[in-house]
Design a protein around this ligand. Structure first.
Ligand code: FAD
Length: 463
């Protein structure tokens, strides 16, 4: 029997439209490998909600792979050491994977490729998680895009490959290296177990992803442009965690939506451009590996945001820490924000409009550093990814690429009237709304807005 191939799974937990899996199986009898890497420098350890998702995603992957005769091996440790070791143990002829775009991830992948090739193994990477390769799409001057509209104009005018089917079954390799048991990894919360509502809200895996996609395309795409702004309605696809974990590929989503272009021209164009924002976020992360920590517009380094550990200058530390705690728990006394934060805590997801309003309140009215909000979302979102989360936080804070102008400070009460006019959303998440138990607003919106604008004006380039 020929030497086995290893397909290394990462953010592409599916068998359909998986070019690395195809290439591996074309090369020989294949086994799959997933490495829980919490040690490589520059690879961000997963947050709590993401760990929960990953557990069930791997259960689903094992089952899918089982149907085509591909065993799944689980290992833990720094990828650059673990992957070559597994390949050596198995006497593998080739290693195959789909590309990742974070700096730490690329470093690890390059190291694996180098070690594999120097040991005489084939090592091959493929494009599967983004519609574009960030180094290939450049402005006329040859640099990265900084503005979304020209980026998307260029990208969306291209043809994207059609998705690949899941491979036909194979006879499994005679032997596969031993792996960890998933339970050993302890990805699920212990005591307290907060995962009940997550389990009710989501079914990780490709099957549920495709059901959601079809349901959304049939029922909600036509009115997407309007309904996507109404958190009380099921107006958006809720595909974000499925895209994050690669249960569905952007090529599959692109073509599924494209097939409805005639029936739903406006909705499909609006939806496609949201996929474009996902691409743009990854484009920024590729070109700015420090996206989660460094303001893209460096003049914001002088903004007096409060961050835990320093006093800041927009209030005394104790008060800000208490405000941060109220924001996290959803007890700010501003219903739209509180509903969103409670939705997030319960389900690991928050509606996009509410994410924007909630982020604006934290950063602009409460004067708290966007990095603290980003970290909270990182820990609580099931769709948290290393590009979209920091990118959108920087967008909301005004310091990012093509960001919302700083002076556009959302008023959460006005936003509630416009986007949740009948209170469906706020009442769903805040049962005590309208009773004496619901707190007063934690901040004076007018005064805090004025203070934020004042601080903004005093930044070096805005005075
Ligand atoms: P739909 O409206 O159905 O959109 C379809 C898909 O397009 C989404 O699934 C998502 O993959 C992509 N998309 C839509 N909007 C954006 C956007 N602004 N940026 C990047 N991709 C987008 N999205 C994440 O996937 N992960 C995150 O960690 C994340 N953090 C965010 C933090 C803040 C402060 C804000 C304001 C937004 C954040 N978003 C993030 C973007 C957006 O809120 C979610 O992608 C969206 O709410 C997901 O719901 P949906 O799948 O129903 O979206």
């Amino acid at each position: 029997m020929s030497s086995p191939s290893v397909v290394w799974f990462r953010d592409d937990l599916r068998t359909a439209d998986n070019p690395a899996l195809h290439a591996a199986m074309d090369a020989g009898p294949t086994f799959a490998l997933y490495v829980l890497d919490e040690e490589s420098p520059g690879i961000r350890p997963l947050g709590g909600a993401a760990r929960w998702w990953l557990h069930y995603a791997l259960v689903a992957l094992r089952e899918e792979l089982g149907r085509i005769g591909v065993p799944l091996v689980l290992r833990r440790g720094p990828a650059a050491a673990v992957v070559p070791a597994v390949a050596a143990e198995a006497g593998a002829g080739g290693l195959f994977w789909n590309r990742r775009y974070g700096a730490g991830e690329r470093r690890a992948d390059a190291a694996v490729k180098q070690i594999a090739r120097s040991s005489g193994r084939r090592a091959e990477s493929h494009q599967a998680s983004l519609l574009h390769e960030p180094w290939e799409l450049t402005t006329r001057q040859g640099g990265p895009y900084k503005v979304f509209t020209p980026f998307w104009k260029e990208l969306s005018s291209r043809e994207f490959r059609h998705p690949l089917p899941a491979p036909e079954g194979q006879r499994a390799p005679e032997e596969t290296p031993r792996g960890d048991s998933l339970e050993q990894w302890g990805l699920l919360p212990g005591d307290p177990d907060w995962s009940g509502p997550l389990t009710e809200a989501w079914t990780p895996g490709p099957h549920a992803a495709h059901e959601l996609l079809e349901e959304f395309a049939d029922a909600a795409l036509t009115d997407y442009s309007e309904d996507r702004e109404r958190p009380g309605l099921a107006g958006t696809s809720r595909l974000s965690p499925y895209l994050r974990w690669g249960h569905v590929s952007p090529f599959e989503v692109w073509h599924a939506i494209g097939r409805r272009r005639r029936e739903a021209p406006e909705g499909s164009a609006a939806f496609a451009s949201e996929l474009g924002w996902r691409e743009f976020a990854w484009h920024q992360l590729y070109h700015h590996p420090d996206l989660a920590t460094v303001n893209l517009r460096r003049e914001f380094d002088a903004y007096p945001w409060w961050s835990a550990g320093d006093g800041g200058s927009m209030g005394d530390g104790g008060e800000q820490a208490a405000l941060l705690a109220r924001w996290r728990r959803g007890t700010t006394g501003l219903p739209l924000v509180d509903a969103g934060q409670r939705e997030l805590w319960a389900t690991g997801w928050m509606h996009n409009r509410v994410r924007m309003v909630s982020a604006s309140l934290l950063v602009k009215n409460l004067g708290i550093d966007w990095r603290l909000g980003e970290q909270w979302f990182w820990d609580t979102l099931v769709d948290a990814d290393p590009a979209s989360n920091p990118f959108n936080w920087q967008w909301a804070a005004g310091c990012g690429a093509d960001a919302s102008p700083f002076f556009r400070i959302f008023n959460p009460l006005t936003q509630e009237k416009v986007h949740d006019p009948d209170g469906t959303y706020t009442r769903r998440w805040i049962p005590e709304l309208g009773t004496p138990e619901y707190p007063e607003a934690c901040v004076d919106l007018k005064k805090s807005r004025a203070a934020a604008l004042e601080a903004f004006r005093s930044l070096p380039r805005n005075g």
